[in-house]
Design a protein around this ligand. Structure first.
Ligand code: PAF
Length: 281
């Protein structure tokens, strides 16, 4: 596995594969990898001869400097996991490499970035698109894989790629779950045992939503059933519940006329967890 810390070195490393016509898959990450990330790597490996993973804790997508500093990092463990998974190359840049001195260019999906979760974290998706656009320009992959768990992020990236005519195929990979259904997250290890047991309510609530939809419920009733299930769990504080059109994330109401993307977030003590599901009409 090749490890590249500069853009120049990465480009030289990838040249040989590109010249040989080998398809390059890319998985951008912020490190501290878990099984969810490894499933993205496997998805990329199933569609590309070579897989490049980036590890870069992107400062522009964090609201407060404290959150950026507190973000967990474990480079040695990450590299061991990627090596064991058969990844071909890892890109580990410093912030100054990605955002050169005097950098003033931003990339933003102006509507999609500023609705739903974007209202709670202003500037977050602008930071994501600004870094992913740079990473795409640096790596120039044929395809890139993102988790469906961060559903709005996936739609924002799809829109950026479409609007800017970027020659990258974007693949969404399904959320990886613990045996009881809890969506995998690096935050799960920070839950106390009682909160860990209670957190399964998020995936259960989405199943309740799916079940009422199957019986013909409309958007409002689906939303109410999901909220009621989470609110019935005393250890959960419902923070967000969005039920929107699956691709443009616009509001939907009444009978289900298109796939409905449901995104939930809830607080367990001081840990915020998210989950999502697309409910078919
Ligand atoms: O999903 C993430 O880990 C990040 O938002 C990403 C896509 C690597 C951009 O920094």
């Amino acid at each position: 596995m090749k490890i590249h810390r500069s853009i120049k070195d990465l480009r030289e490393g990838l040249r040989e594969w590109r010249m040989a016509g080998e398809r390059i898959g890319f998985v951008p990450t912020m490190g501290f990898l878990h099984e969810g990330h490894m499933s993205l790597v496997r998805r990329a490996q199933s569609g590309a001869k070579r897989v490049v993973v980036s590890i870069f804790v992107n400062p522009t997508q964090f609201g407060q400097a404290g959150d950026l500093e507190a973000y967990p990092r474990d480079e040695a463990r990450d590299l061991a996991l990627l090596e064991a998974a058969g990844v071909d190359a890892v890109f580990l840049p410093q912030a100054g490499e990605i955002y050169p001195q005097g950098d003033e260019t931003i990339v933003e999906t102006t509507r999609l970035a500023n609705i739903l979760h974007g209202q709670v974290r202003p500037g977050h998706f602008r930071g994501v698109t600004s870094v992913v656009a740079r990473l795409f320009n640096i790596v120039q992959p044929d395809m890139a894989v993102f988790g469906e768990k961060d559903y709005q992020q996936l739609q924002v990236i799809r829109r950026m790629v479409r609007d800017l005519h970027m020659p990258v195929e974007i693949l969404g990979a399904p959320t990886v779950r613990e045996a009881d259904g809890l969506a995998m997250s690096s935050r799960n290890v920070r839950l106390c045992p009682e909160d860990r047991a209670a957190a399964v309510v998020l995936s259960q609530a989405l199943s309740v939503g799916e079940a009422v939809a199957a019986k013909g419920a409309g958007v409002e009733a689906i939303r109410a059933a999901i909220a009621a299930k989470i609110e019935a769990e005393p250890r959960a504080t419902l923070m967000g519940l969005d039920a929107v059109h699956h691709s443009d994330l616009t509001e939907m109401s009444g009978p289900l006329s298109a796939p409905l993307a449901v995104m939930v977030s809830a607080q367990f003590s001081d840990i915020l967890l998210i989950d999502q599901r697309v409910i078919q009409p």
